[in-house]
Ligand binder design. Structure first.
Ligand SMILES: NC(=O)c1ccc[n+]([C@@H]2O[C@H](COP(=O)([O-])OP(=O)(O)OC[C@H]3O[C@@H](n4cnc5c(N)ncnc54)[C@H](OP(=O)(O)O)[C@@H]3O)[C@@H](O)[C@H]2O)c1
Length: 347
């Protein structure tokens, strides 16, 4: 039996589909009050005929990374764990809560996994946990993290959580770590990288000069399962299909959504003004800012990623980013309700 944390999220929901559609037994941890409606839609999206039945095959249990008793209960009868739950945020006010969930929550999970003699653990980390390379150098798995003011709080939390998993492996937990770049796929447009699609669809006018890696959510799920079902242990793998500029990514989303691509380049100076204006707007309206200091600065950095190791080791083949953006756009065309600003997930 497999346990998946973060099953309601972008990565976790694709992983659930990959596991269940391959005939595996799955239990998924969800927090009290979190919603599985989008997961059900996703299953129907990928399998119109069997989606409902496959979704009903997932055993949902309530729990929280910061509630050790709930983790102990969730692990009853479990042999394999996929850890996809985390807080993904670049807002300073959510920093403390993110550290608690990502670092302390991961420590709780691996500690309970050690107590329960779990056979293998897959940790969904991030390329953010690898740190910042020298200018224009390609990021690979052996990059050594350096403390720097340029690391976002999110990156620090992902580095801290990955360290907990490496510590547990030293204490006897067989594990594998994946480090995806920006994941593209249908997900909650209010909180994941699906926000990128929504911004373009809403007519965003500006693009930034940054470059980064992108990967299809379906490929992240495929690689996680393949690595877990191999003999490979105690290694990390970058999961990234292609490096694209934000301009190229936004143009793909614009093409598939029928929106106009952003026209004006927002360099560092304009981005610095934009996040400050967003902060004022957020203060005046009480709404979450659409841009933070960290997202604005990250969006102007150029980062390039090597996917050679996972290709060489398990023969992984990545879908082009074009396919990932097309899949995401088609999903939201079919279910536009999720993009409505007034939409709230029913609980
Ligand atoms: N999206 C990307 O571009 C990207 C790129 C690289 C790496 N990653 C990594 O991939 C993983 C999944 O990210 P995602 O994009 O799927 O995020 P997401 O869509 O925001 O989903 C996050 C998931 O974590 C759960 N969660 C948050 N706090 C929790 C807690 N305290 N206890 C239990 N569950 C909790 C959420 O459950 P609720 O439904 O209860 O909120 C949700 O299921 C994360 O580790 C992230 O760092 C993501």
């Amino acid at each position: 039996m497999n346990l998946v944390t973060g099953g309601t999220g972008l990565v976790g929901s694709h992983l659930l589909f990959e596991l269940v559609s391959g005939g595996r037994k799955v239990r998924a941890l969800k927090r009290q009050g979190s919603n599985t409606e989008l997961v059900k839609r996703l299953f129907l999206w990928y399998s119109p005929d069997k989606g409902r039945e496959l979704f009903d095959g997932v055993e949902w249990v309530e729990g929280d990374l910061n509630d050790i008793v709930s983790l102990q209960e969730a692990m009853d009868g479990i042999r394999f764990i996929y850890h996809c739950a985390a807080v993904v945020s670049f807002l300073p006010e959510e920093g403390q809560m993110m550290m608690k969930a990502n670092v302390e929550g991961t420590a709780n999970l691996v500690n309970v996994a050690l107590l329960n003699d779990i056979e293998k653990f897959c940790h969904c980390s991030s390329v953010a946990a690898l740190g910042i390379p020298q200018k224009d150098n390609i990021v690979h798995e052996a990059l050594v993290w350096k403390t720097s003011g340029k690391n976002s709080r999110y990156a620090i939390s992902k580095y801290g959580s990955e360290r907990e998993v490496w510590r547990a492996s030293e204490e006897g937990l067989p594990m594998v770590v994946v480090n995806p770049s920006v994941v593209i796929g249908p997900g909650d447009p209010a909180r994941s990288s699906a926000q990128l699609y929504q911004s373009v669809k809403n007519g965003m006018k500006f693009y930034t000069s940054g470059v980064t890696g992108f990967v299809d959510a379906r490929d992240v799920a495929t690689a996680m399962v393949a690595l877990m079902e191999s003999d490979i242990c105690n290694q990390r793998f970058i999961l990234s299909s292609e490096d694209l500029s934000y301009k190229e990514l936004f143009s793909l989303f614009a093409h598939y959504s029928g929106a106009k691509p952003p026209k004006y380049r927002a360099g560092r100076f304009l981005s610095e003004i934009a996040w400050r204006m967003e902060k004022v707007r957020s203060f005046m309206t009480g709404q979450k800012p659409l841009l933070s200091k960290e997202t604005a600065r990250n969006a102007n950095i150029r980062r390039y990623f090597s996917n050679e190791k996972v290709k060489r080791t398990i023969g992984m083949e990545f879908r082009p980013v074009k396919e990932a953006t097309e899949n995401t756009s088609r999903f939201f065309k079919k279910y536009p309700v999720y993009l409505s600003p007034d939409f709230r997930m029913p609980s």
